[in-house]
Design a protein around this ligand. Structure first.
Ligand SMILES: NC(=O)c1ccc[n+]([C@@H]2O[C@H](COP(=O)([O-])OP(=O)(O)OC[C@H]3O[C@@H](n4cnc5c(N)ncnc54)[C@H](O)[C@@H]3O)[C@@H](O)[C@H]2O)c1
Length: 314
C-alpha cells in the first residue's frame, strides 16, 4: 500500500502500477493518520507534516519519500527511531537552480526588470538602463558543490574569469571547471558578479556580512539562489541603500514568505519567491526519484537517496 499525500505529476506514478496506490490530503492530519493505518510507503512533497504522532499511526510504514530536497516537514529522527527510511530527491533541481542563476545574472547586469517597469509606466528611457556584459567579466562562486559546479559549466561559453571560494573542494576540481580557488576576501574584492551556492549551516549564516560587502566593487551584482541568511540581510540592505554595491538577485530570504522584506523594494534588486526549483522538469524529476526510492524500499533493495541509516525493524 502506497499513500500519496501531496499532489504529484500523474506521469511519475506509472511505475507504481501493481501496488495499491491511495491518495489522501496530507495537509489534514486525521486523514493522513487514517490513510497510513495499513500503508507500507508514503510519498509527500512539502505540505504533509510527518511527526511522531503521525508515525505512531503507521505501524507497517517502511519508507517516507519526499519528492523534493528539504526535509523540514519530516521528523527524520522520529522516523529513524521508528525504523522508517526517509529519502529525498537531492539532485532533482540542480539544473533548474543553475539555469536560473545564470539567467538572472544577465537579467541583473542588463537592468532588464527596471527597464521593463519603466516602459510599462510609459518611459522609453534607453540611456538610463545601459548595462554590462557577462562575457569576460570576473565571476566569483561561493560554494562549488552540485549547483556551483553546474553554474561554472554553464558559464563556459561566456569566457568569464572564474574565481571560487570553497574550503572543501580540491584545486583539481576547481581547475576542471576552469576556476581558480581563492579566499572569500579576494573573491569579493575582484568579482563583478558573486553568486552564493553554499548550504545554510551555523558556519555559513552571515558568511557575507557588512565587512565582506565593504570589500566589493561598487558595481558588484550579488546573486543568492542558495538560502536566506547566508548573506546578512541587514548588511545587504544597508549596502544597497548606500549604493556601495551595484545590485542583487535574491531568490531566498531569511524568513519566507518574504512579504514586507525591505530588500524587495530596491530598484536594483531582482527578487523572486524561492523559484530556483520551480520548473516542471525539476518537479517531475523529484517525483520520479521519490517513486524510485519507494520501489527500492518495497523490494528490500538499498535506497541510495535515503538520508537516515537503514531501518532496523524490531
Ligand atoms: N533556490 C532554490 O530553490 C534552491 C534549490 C536547490 C538548492 N538550493 C540551495 O543551493 C545551495 C547549493 O546546493 P548544492 O546542491 O550545490 O549543495 P552542495 O552540498 O552540493 O554544495 C555546497 C558546497 O558548499 C561548500 N561549502 C560548505 N561550506 C562552505 C563555506 N563555509 N564556504 C564556502 N563553501 C562552502 C561545500 O564544500 C560544497 O561544495 C544550497 O544552499 C541549497 O539549499 C536552492
Amino acid at each position: 500500500v502506497v499513500v500519496v499525500a501531496d499532489p504529484l505529476p500523474e506521469t511519475v506514478l506509472g511505475p507504481l502500477l501493481g501496488h495499491d496506490v491511495r491518495f489522501c490530503d496530507g495537509s489534514d492530519p486525521s486523514a493522513l493518520k487514517e490513510a497510513l493505518g495499513d500503508a507500507h510507503a508514503l510519498l509527500v512533497r512539502s505540505s504533509t507534516q510527518v511527526d511522531r504522532s503521525v508515525l505512531a499511526e503507521a505501524p507497517y510504514l517502511r519508507i517516507i519519500a519526499r519528492a523534493g530536497v528539504g526535509l523540514d516537514n519530516i521528523d527524520v529522527e522520529a522516523a529513524t527511531q521508528a525504523g522508517v527510511l526517509v529519502a529525498n530527491a537531492p539532485r532533482s533541481n540542480v539544473l533548474s537552480v543553475a539555469e536560473m542563476t545564470v539567467g538572472s545574472m544577465i537579467t541583473g547586469l542588463r537592468n532588464l526588470l527596471p527597464a521593463n517597469a519603466a516602459l510599462r509606466s510609459g518611459r522609453w528611457d534607453r540611456g538610463r538602463y545601459q548595462g554590462r556584459e557577462l562575457s569576460r567579466s570576473t565571476v566569483g562562486l561561493v560554494g562549488l558543490g552540485h549547483v556551483g559546479t553546474l553554474v561554472a559549466q554553464l558559464l563556459r561559453p561566456f569566457a568569464v574569469r572564474l574565481l571560487v571560494h570553497d574550503p572543501f573542494v580540491s584545486v583539481h576540481h576547481a581547475a576542471s571547471v576552469g576556476a581558480q580557488l581563492v579566499d572569500l576576501d579576494e573573491l569579493l574584492a575582484q568579482s563583478d558578479v558573486v553568486s552564493v551556492h553554499v548550504p545554510r549551516t551555523p558556519q555559513t549564516k552571515g558568511l557575507i556580512g557588512e565587512r565582506e560587502l565593504r570589500l566589493a566593487k561598487p558595481s558588484l551584482l550579488l546573486v543568492n539562489t542558495a538560502r536566506g541568511g547566508i548573506v546578512d540581510e541587514g548588511a545587504l540592505n544597508a549596502a544597497l541603500k548606500e549604493k556601495s554595491i551595484g545590485g542583487a538577485v535574491i531568490d531566498v530570504f531569511e524568513i519566507e514568505p518574504a512579504i514586507g522584506n525591505p530588500l524587495i523594494d530596491h530598484a536594483s534588486v531582482l527578487a523572486t519567491p524561492h523559484l530556483g526549483a520551480g520548473t516542471r522538469e525539476a518537479q517531475e524529476r523529484a517525483g520520479r526519484e521519490a517513486v524510485t526510492a519507494v520501489l527500492q524500499a518495497l523490494a528490500g533493495h538499498p535506497v541510495p537517496t535515503a538520508v537516515n541509516p537503514p531501518a532496523s525493524h524490531p
